[in-house]
Design a protein around this ligand. Structure first.
Ligand code: GLC
Length: 530
C-alpha cells in the first residue's frame, strides 16, 4: 500500500436507508432533510462517508431500486434541492456522500419502458429492454386480451430473484425480462444507447459533488447470448453460485470499463460494486485497474459465528481483492440481509456476538461498511403479515417474508413509537415498542451502550490502525478462538463457552467487560502487544 492511497482505501462507510433514517415532514417515511438534520449523529460516530440507498424518482415498487428518472430526486425524499443541501452539509463536516446507482434495470414507469409498451415488437423502443417471443406453439404470435391471463410459455426458465418467473407477458404476446420485480424491467446492455444514458447520469451526479457510487447488481447487466436456461431455478440470492446464467457474464466487464472511463474524469470519486460472485478469480476481474475501485465481498455476511468460518471468509476476501491489488471490503449487514444481532442468535447472545464481530471487522485492512442501526445493536423485527412491504412477500406467494425486518425505522428518542423518527405514529413500517431501550437518546445516556461502544472502536480504528498492507497475521490461541495481528494490533475473538486467557499487552478495547482479566465467551478484544 503506497503512501498516497485514495481516501476510500481504509474508509468507514455508513449506509443510510433513507426511508428509515429520519422523517422531517411527518409523512411516516424518512427523507433527505431528515438525514441532514441528523448529520451530527453520523459525524460523532466517526465515519468517513455515507452510502445513500437510491433516492432517484421512483414509484417505489422496490423502494427506490425501480428508477423512473435517474437524474432527479424523488419528491418523497425532498427533491434535488434536499440532496444538494445534504451534500453541502456533509462536506462541511468532512463526510463524503456516495449514492446508489441502478444500471441493470429501470422502473416500468420510466419513459423508455412506457414507450416500449406501446411500440411494436422489434422497434427501437423495445430494443432498450429485453423483449422476446415466448416458447411453445402460440409463442409470442397470439394476441390476447390484456385483461385476461395471457398464458403462454416464457422464453426461458429464468426465475426472478424475488420469486416467480423472470418474464412478464405484454398485451401483444411478447415477454420482457425482469430479474427482480415485474416493475423492474432489465435493460438491454447490448444497445449503446443504454450506456450513453448512464454516462449522462454519472456526470449529472458527479458534477453535483457526489463522491462516488455503490453500483447495484454490478454482476448483472450483461446477459449471455441466446439466454440459455438455468440449471437450478430454485437458487436464492445468498446461496447463488457462480454458474448462474443470469449473472456474472463476461460481457459485464466492458460495461465496467465504460463506467470507469467516465469516473477517471473525477478522480475524487469511488465506485463500489455489489458483486454476488464467490470465485476469487472471477470476483477479482471486477477490480482490475480499468474497472471498479472496490467490490462488496459478502463472505463475512455468510459466515457462521465460528472461528474457522470467519477466518475462511477473511482469507478469501483478502485473497480475492489481492488478486487485483484492490482494497478489500467488509460488511456484516445491509438492507437486504437479516441484521447480524439476529443472525448470531438474537437476544443478549446475538448482541454480544454482533459487538464482537464489529471489532473483528474494524480490525481488518480495507473499507468497512456499517448499516444504519448497527451502531445501536438493532435486531431484525418480526413484522405482522399485513405490515410487509417488500415485493418478495407477494412474488414468493407469501413463502418468503422478505427484507422489511432489517429496514424498520431508526429509534432516536422518547419512550414510545415512533421514537423521534417521525411526528407521525403511522410509520411506513411499524416500530416495536421494546425499542424504547435502544433509542439513540437512551444509549447516549449510558456509557456502556452499544452506541458508545461503536464510537469508541471507530475512534480507536482511526487512531491505532495504521494500515500499511492488506494482510493480517494469524495466531493460534485455542480451537474456539480467532486471533490475528493487523497493523500492529492483536484482535482476539472468543467463540467458545469458557473465558479466554489474553496474551500480554495493553488492552485497547473489549466488546464486553473482562472476567478476572479473561475474555468472556462471545466477545472480542484489541491488544497492543508490542
Ligand atoms: C440489489 C439491492 C436490492 C434490490 C435489488 C434490485 O440487490 O441491494 O435491495 O432489491 O438489487 O435492484
Amino acid at each position: 500500500m503506497s503512501e498516497a492511497v485514495p481516501w476510500w482505501t481504509n474508509a468507514i462507510f455508513y449506509q443510510i436507508y433513507p426511508r428509515s433514517f429520519a422523517d422531517s415532514n411527518g409523512d411516516g417515511v424518512g427523507d433527505l432533510e431528515g438525514v441532514t438534520a441528523h448529520l451530527d449523529h453520523v459525524s460523532e460516530l466517526g465515519v468517513d462517508a455515507i452510502w445513500l440507498n437510491p433516492v432517484m424518482v421512483s414509484p417505489m415498487a422496490d423502494h427506490g431500486y425501480d428508477v423512473a428518472d435517474p437524474r432527479d430526486v424523488d419528491p418523497l425524499f425532498g427533491g434535488l434541492g434536499a440532496l444538494e443541501r445534504l451534500i453541502t452539509e456533509a462536506h462541511a463536516r468532512g463526510i463524503r456522500i456516495t449514492m446508489d446507482l441502478v444500471p441493470n434495470h429501470t422502473s416500468s414507469a420510466h419513459s423508455w419502458f412506457q414507450a416500449a409498451l406501446t411500440a411494436a415488437p422489434g422497434s427501437v423502443e423495445r430494443e432498450r429492454y429485453i423483449f422476446r417471443d415466448g416458447r411453445g406453439p402460440s409463442g409470442g404470435q397470439e394476441r390476447s386480451d390484456p385483461g385476461n391471463d395471457l398464458g403462454g410459455t416464457p422464453p426461458n426458465n429464468w426465475v426472478s430473484v424475488f420469486g416467480g418467473p423472470a418474464w412478464t407477458r405484454v398485451a401483444d404476446g411478447q415477454w420482457y425480462l425482469h430479474l427482480f420485480d415485474a416493475e423492474q424491467p432489465d435493460l438491454n446492455w447490448d444497445n449503446p444507447e443504454v450506456f450513453s444514458d448512464l454516462e449522462k447520469t454519472l456526470r449529472f451526479w458527479l458534477d453535483r459533488g457526489v463522491d462516488g457510487f455503490r453500483i447495484d447488481v454490478a454482476h448483472g447487466m450483461a446477459k449471455p447470448p441466446g439466454l440459455p436456461d438455468m440449471s437450478n431455478p430454485d437458487v436464492e440470492m445468498l446461496t447463488l453460485d457462480d454458474h448462474d446464467p443470469r449473472f456474472n457474464h463476461e460481457g459485464v466487464h466492458d460495461i465496467h470499463r465504460g463506467i470507469r472511463s467516465v469516473l477517471d474524469d473525477y478522480p475524487h470519486a469511488v465506485t463500489i460494486g455489489e458483486i454476488w460472485v464467490f470465485d476469487n478469480a472471477d470476483f477479482a476481474k471486477y477490480l482490475r485497474p480499468d474497472e471498479l475501485h472496490m467490490g462488496f465481498n459478502f463472505r463475512l455476511v455468510r459466515a457462521e459465528f465460528d472461528p474457522a468460518d470467519i477466518r475462511g471468509a477473511v482469507e478469501n476476501a483478502l485473497a480475492a481483492a489481492g488478486l487485483a491489488d484492490a482494497s478489500p471490503t467488509w460488511t456484516l449487514s445491509n438492507h437486504d440481509v437479516e441484521r447480524e444481532v439476529s443472525r448470531y442468535g438474537d437476544g443478549a447472545t446475538g448482541l454480544a456476538r454482533a459487538r464482537a464481530m464489529a471489532m473483528v471487522m474494524l480490525a481488518l485492512p480495507g473499507a468497512v461498511f456499517l448499516y444504519n442501526g448497527e451502531e445501536l445493536g438493532l435486531p431484525n423485527v418480526d413484522l405482522p403479515d399485513d405490515a410487509l412491504q417488500d415485493p418478495v412477500w407477494e412474488r414468493s406467494k407469501h413463502t418468503e417474508r422478505g427484507r422489511d425486518g432489517c429496514r424498520v425505522p431508526m429509534p432516536w428518542s422518547g419512550a414510545a413509537p415512533p421514537f423521534g423518527f417521525s411526528s407521525n405514529p403511522d410509520t411506513w413500517l411499524p416500530m416495536p415498542p421494546e425499542w424504547s431501550a435502544l433509542t439513540v437518546e437512551r444509549q447516549l445516556a449510558d456509557p456502556d451502550s452499544t452506541l458508545h461502544f461503536f464510537r469508541t472502536i471507530l475512534r480507536l480504528r482511526h487512531s491505532h490502525f495504521h494500515f500499511t498492507e492488506f494482510d493480517v497475521e494469524w495466531l493460534q490461541l485455542r480451537d474456539d478462538a480467532l486471533a490475528f495481528v493487523s497493523a500492529g494490533v492483536l484482535c482476539v475473538l472468543n467463540t467458545g463457552r469458557t473465558p479466554l486467557e489474553l496474551p500480554a499487552g495493553e488492552l485497547l478495547a473489549a466488546s464486553a467487560p473482562l472476567l478476572e482479566g479473561q475474555l468472556p465467551p462471545d466477545s472480542a478484544a484489541w491488544i497492543v502487544t508490542g
